[in-house]
Structures are given as C-alpha cells and as structure tokens.
Design a binder for this molecule. Structure first.
Ligand code: SF4
Length: 338
C-alpha cells in the first residue's frame, strides 16, 4: 500500500524544494533582514512572488539593492504605465500555428510546454502570456507533434515555457521519445532557468531522458549575474557538461542588476568556468510593467564595448534585440575578435 510517507520519500528533492519556495514578499524581506517599508503597495496577483530558498541564500542580507533580490521582488514601479511597453511585445500570440507552438524562425520551432516557473522574474517577457489558452496540456502535444512531422524544414525543437524543467521527468521523457521519432528532427534544445535557480533539478532522472535519445541535447540556461553561480549551480552545470549536453547562456541586460562592465565581465567569466558559453545578452523586451529595468541602446552598446575590451571574443555575448515579426534576433554589436 502506498502511504503518505512513501509518496514523500519518492518525491525528487527538486520538487520538495520547489514546493517550499518563498511566495510572501514579507517573508522574503524578513529572511534578508530588510525593512517591511520595501513591500509593494499593491499585491501582484497576476504574477506573484516566487523564489526558491536556495536562490534567496545567495542574496546579501541587509542590501535592498542586491542584484538577485531586484530580479524577484515585486515593486510598485510595475504598476506604472510607460509608452511603448505592451503585454505582448514580441507578437508571439500571432506566431502560433497550433496551440503552444511558435514557429518564428526557419529550421526550428518552439513548444511552450508549461506556464510554470521555479522563479518569477519581474522583467519576464512572458509575464502576460496567455498560458491558459496557448499552453497545450501534455495530452494536446499531439497537435504540435503533427505540425512538426509535416514540416521537414524543422530540424531543431526548442522546449520553452514558462520553464519546461518544472514538468516532471516522466512527462518530459515521453515527449523526448516522441520527438526523437520525428525523422527530420536532430536537436532538442531546452530553454531553462532551473539549473540556475534550483540546481537540485539536475539529477539522474533528468540526465537519463535528456541524453537517452538520438537527439543532440542543447541547453540554454539563463543567468544574469555572477552571484547566481554558487557552488551548487556550478556542480549542476558540471554534471550536464559531463553528460554531453552543450550549454549556452542567455541573459537580459537589466538596470540595477548587471548594467556595468564589471558585472557583465564577471558573469561571462563565471559562466565559462562552469562550462557554459555566454551566448546572448538581450535588451529588455518592452513588456508592460518592466520599464524600470530598461537600459537604453546607446548605453548597452557602450557596455558591450567595455566587455569586449576586457575579455577574449569568445566570452563576449552577442548583444541582441528581439523584434516582433522579425525572422531573427537583431544583433546590435559585433562580438569582436578572438
Ligand atoms: S524563468 Fe524565464 S519564463 Fe520563467 S519568469 Fe523567469 S524569465 Fe520568465
């Protein structure tokens, strides 16, 4: 007989950590010895606070300007409207041939697997995404798979979200198998922030399905600051590298988080030490409620030039902007010489 206790024992550690993530702004401030006066006046019910405790442990107590805290603490500025900031800055709602499948770029398609994330990043470009309509439940993945099977120009499948790794491994393993059965697919790419915010997620069950099909596994993680890369994260990334997963990072240029040459250079070095290639540095997508994070294009170019002056070319991420309806990301600066 399966008892409550045996169910608890069977639950992977990462799910237990996810279940006890901090969801109260008052508790987060108390954990960091910060005053309650920093609490937002209005609760953000549509996009509430969510942050794993291990990520909180990487924040500096007593510092209201901590680069990690700023990424997750709701603030009153989110309620301000700003010109040019809209709910769907990338026009994604129009780019879906079937529910949850985005086919914007030649050769690859992206499946929105879930609306769930381990962390709620306040600058998120999908914070207003209509997950309820656009997110296919696993039993509806068949429509997306049918679409893929009929378009032989698609060789790479990208799993995104939300965060695809917030789904259980049994479901992901089943999806990976079904994708591997599509003959023209050769690469499975996962876009995820989980190895950064909840490194416990990189366990044997994940590595088994991710490296267990004929598809070449690629993972694009999402770190914005070197302080995010503690020992547990480096260990998780090392496991992925040793299992044969190619790792890239994409970050977002965020005011008050990583908008200095020092911060960006330290991030690139930290990523490289952990086996991750710094790939993209995105300008903020102009999504409603995120204007206080924006760094202007001129300043962004200056910053990337400063990073290029300090680091070898392979550590300089491509500075890019996404444009609604454009066939590819728009590069804003060259990566520079080796
Ligand atoms: S993990 Fe990614 S999708 Fe989820 S809230 Fe953060 S930026 Fe958005």
């Amino acid at each position: 007989m399966i008892t409550q206790m045996s169910l608890a024992v069977q639950r992977p550690l990462w799910q237990a950590e996810l279940a006890r993530a901090v969801s109260s702004p008052a508790e987060l401030l108390a954990l960091l010895d910060l005053p309650v006066s920093l609490l937002p006046g209005a609760a953000r019910k549509d996009f509430p606070l969510r942050v794993p405790r291990g990520y909180v442990a990487r924040m500096k107590p007593g510092n209201p300007h901590d680069a990690l805290l700023r990424q997750v603490l709701p603030v009153d500025e989110e309620g301000l409207s700003a010109e040019g900031f809209t709910p769907d800055a990338l026009g994604e709602h129009q780019a879906m041939p079937v529910a949850g499948l985005l086919h914007k770029y030649h050769g690859r398609a992206l499946l929105v697997t879930t609306g769930a994330c381990a962390v709620h990043c306040r600058y998120c470009f999908r914070r207003h995404f209509p997950y309820a309509e656009a997110n296919p439940a696993p039993e509806q993945w068949r429509a997306a798979l049918d679409y893929l099977a009929q378009d032989a120009s698609i060789s790479e499948m990208i799993l995104s979200g939300g965060d695809p790794l917030s789904l259980p491994d049994t479901r992901l393993a089943s999806l990976a198998e079904r994708l591997a059965a599509v003959p023209h697919l050769d690469t499975l790419r996962i876009h995820t922030r989980l190895p950064i915010v909840l490194p416990e997620r990189v366990d044997d069950a994940l590595l088994n399905w991710l490296t267990g099909t004929r598809l070449k596994p690629v993972m694009v993680v999402h770190a914005n600051h070197a302080q995010e890369l503690d020992g547990a994260v480096r260990s998780a990334l090392g496991k992925l590298v040793r299992a044969g997963v190619t790792l890239f990072n994409q970050s977002v240029l965020l005011r008050g988080v990583n908008d200095s040459v020092e911060a960006l250079a330290a991030l690139s070095r930290g990523l490289f030490d952990a086996g991750v290639t710094p790939y993209y540095l995105h300008l903020l997508d102009r999504v409603r409620g995120t204007a206080h994070f924006e760094v202007g294009e001129t300043r962004a170019r200056e910053l990337i030039a400063g990073v290029r002056a300090r680091l070898p070319g392979y550590l300089v991420p491509r500075l890019v902007r996404e444009i609604a309806g454009a066939p590819a990301k728009q590069p804003l600066a060259q990566s520079g010489a080796l």
